[in-house]
Design a protein. Structure first.
Length: 470
C-alpha cells in the first residue's frame, strides 16, 4: 500500500477550478472538476458563495460519484471554488479533501491548493506551539492559519502576507463571501489559467476545464501574481518579485491532458508529439510497427511513427474503467498488475518488430510487465522500448508523486542495465538536449526530475518523501 514516510499529508497532482460572476457557479465548477479528473481521483469538494455565506460540500470519491443535482442545489451563489485530490498516496480522510474552510476575525475563507509546500513542517510546529489547532494533516491548512494570524486590516494584504511566509509550489484559489482570489507561486511551478465566461470568469489548472463550459482562455495567472476577482472587477497585484520561472516540464510529459493549453498558451498535445518526433531522430530503430502505451504515450508514439515512417498501430488496449474499487481475487489469479489496465492486441503484434513508446520510466515495473506482455501474449518478435523523456533521476518536491530517489531506477542504473531489467531488445530515452529543443523557452522550466537541479533550495534530508506505487 502506498504510504507516506512522514505524518503530514502532501498535496500532489491536484486539479483546481474557480468561478466568479455566474449564477450557477458551483455547477460550472463541477464541470471543470469533471474535466480535471485526471489530476486527482481520491476526493473532491466545492465551496460556493451567494455573497453572504459560504457553502461547502466535499467527499471521497470521483467527481461524478460525489456531485449530483441534490448536492449541487446545496451550493448556491455566483462564486465557487473546487478541488480534486490525488488518489494513490496519503491518508484518504475527508478532512484532507479540499476546499478547506475556516472562520477568522475578518469572516470566512476557503482554500484549494495544487502543489507542494516545502519545509512546512517547522512552520506548522511553530503555529501549533502558538496554539493553532489543525483540522487536517494538509500542508495547505498552514496558509489558512497564517491568514488568520496576520495583523493586516485588509483581507488581501493578509492573504499576501501569509503566502509570502511559505515556500514551494502553490497554485491557489481562495474565496471569501465576496471575492475569488487566485495566486501562483513566484516560479509558476504548477499551471493556473484564467478564462472568460459569457457571464464572469473561470480559473483552472488546465484549459480543458474551459472547453466544457464554453470559456475562452485569456491568459495564465502570472508567476508571483495575486488576482482578485469581485464586484469591482479584476485586480492584479504582484506579490512576489519574480526570481526566475520554473514551470514543471512533467506537466507536458505526463500530467496534463493533451487537449489543454498551459504555460503561456502552449498546447500539450503539440509538445508531446514533437517529443516523439525528436525521440525518433535520436533513437531510430528498424521495426515494423510503433505502438503507444496508452493513454499518455499516444501523442509521442504518433510523433515517433510520423518521423520514422514506421506505421502506427494500437497494440495495447486500455481499460478505462479500472477504478479504485477493483478487487483482485485472493487465491486463484493473483498479481494482475498492469494486466488489469492494458491488454495486447495479438493480431497487431504477432511476429512483429515492435517499437513501444511510453512517456516515462519511474521504477521500471510498468515497462517490464509491458515488454513481457507484448512478447509472451502478443507474440512480438522484437520489443524496442522508447521513452519520450530523459531518465527520471530525481524525485519531485513540488507536486508530482515520484517515489524516493532510491526507487527511481534511472537514479542508480545505466540505460543498458535498465534495458536488461525490463527485458527489452533495446531501450532509448530522449536526451535532455532534445527535451530542451522541443520545449518552448525551455529555460523557464524546472527539469529537476531529469537533471537533479532543483530551482527552490531546501534541506533535502529533512524533507518528507512520498513513496508511490508500493
Ligand atoms: P513505473 O512502472 O514505476 O516505471 O511507472 C512508469 C509508468 O507510470 C509510465 O507508464 C508512466 O506513464 C506512468 N507515470 C509516470 N509518472 C507518473 C505519476 N507521477 N503518477 C502516475 N503514473 C506515472
Amino acid at each position: 500500500m502506498a504510504k507516506y514516510s512522514y505524518f503530514y499529508d502532501i498535496h500532489e497532482k491536484c486539479g483546481i477550478v474557480g468561478v466568479f460572476g455566474h449564477p450557477e457557479a458551483a455547477n460550472l465548477t463541477y464541470l471543470g472538476l469533471y474535466a480535471l479528473q485526471h489530476r486527482g481521483q481520491e476526493g473532491s469538494g466545492i465551496c460556493s458563495s451567494d455573497g453572504t455565506k459560504l457553502y461547502l460540500e466535499k467527499s471521497l470519491g470521483l467527481v461524478a460519484e460525489i456531485f449530483n443535482e441534490k448536492v449541487l442545489e446545496k451550493l448556491p451563489g455566483h462564486i465557487a471554488i473546487g478541488h480534486n485530490r490525488y488518489s494513490t498516496a496519503g491518508s484518504s480522510t475527508l478532512e484532507n479533501v479540499q476546499p478547506l474552510l475556516a472562520t477568522f476575525s475578518l469572516g470566512n475563507i476557503a482554500i484549494a491548493h495544487n502543489g507542494n509546500l516545502i519545509e512546512f513542517e517547522s512552520l506548522r510546529e511553530k503555529l501549533e506551539r502558538d496554539g493553532a489547532i489543525f483540522q487536517s494533516t494538509s500542508d495547505s491548512e498552514i496558509i489558512l492559519h497564517l491568514i488568520a494570524r496576520a495583523r493586516n486590516e485588509d483581507i488581501y494584504e493578509r492573504v499576501a502576507n501569509a503566502v509570502k511566509q511559505v515556500k514551494g509550489a502553490f497554485s491557489l484559489l481562495l474565496m471569501t463571501e465576496k471575492d475569488l482570489i487566485a495566486i501562483r507561486d513566484p516560479y509558476g511551478i504548477r499551471p493556473l489559467c484564467l478564462g472568460q465566461l459569457k457571464e464572469g470568469y473561470i480559473i483552472a489548472s488546465e484549459t480543458c476545464a474551459f472547453d466544457l463550459v464554453g470559456a475562452t482562455y485569456i491568459r495564465d495567472i502570472y508567476p508571483g501574481e495575486m488576482l482578485i476577482v469581485n464586484e469591482d472587477g479584476i485586480k492584479s497585484i504582484k506579490i512576489f518579485n519574480n526570481t526566475c520561472k520554473a514551470y514543471c516540464v512533467f506537466e507536458f510529459i505526463y500530467f496534463s491532458r493533451p487537449d489543454s493549453y498551459i504555460f503561456d498558451h502552449t498546447c500539450v498535445n503539440t509538445v508531446r508529439k514533437e517529443l516523439g518526433r525528436q525521440l525518433a531522430r535520436e533513437q531510430a530503430i528498424d521495426a515494423d510497427i510503433v505502438i503507444p502505451v496508452p493513454d499518455s504515450g499516444v501523442p509521442a508514439a504518433l510523433g515517433y511513427a510520423e518521423k520514422s515512417g514506421i506505421p502506427f498501430e494500437f497494440g495495447l488496449i486500455r481499460n478505462h474503467y479500472v477504478g479504485r474499487t477493483f478487487i483482485e481475487p485472493k487465491q486463484s489469479i493473483r498479481h494482475f498488475g498492469v494486466k488489469v489496465k492494458l491488454n495486447p492486441v495479438r493480431d497487431v503484434l504477432k511476429n512483429k518488430r515492435v517499437v513501444v513508446v511510453d512517456d516515462s520510466i519511474v521504477r521500471g515495473t510498468t515497462s517490464k510487465k509491458i515488454v513481457k506482455m507484448i512478447r509472451e501474449i502478443g507474440g512480438a518478435k522484437e520489443v524496442h522500448m522508447r521513452i519520450s523523456s530523459p531518465p527520471t533521476i530525481g524525485p519531485c518536491f513540488y507536486g508530482i508523486d515520484t517515489p524516493t530517489r532510491q526507487e527511481l531506477i534511472a537514479s542508480s542504473h545505466k540505460v543498458e542495465e535498465i534495458r536488461k531489467y525490463i527485458t527489452a531488445d533495446s531501450l532509448g530515452y530522449l536526451s535532455i538536449e532534445g527535451l530542451k529543443k522541443v520545449i518552448p523557452n525551455s529555460n523557464s522550466y524546472c527539469m529537476a526530475c531529469f537533471t537533479g537541479k532543483y530551482p527552490i533550495e531546501f534541506e533535502s534530508k529533512k524533507y518528507s518523501q512520498l513513496e508511490l506505487f508500493s
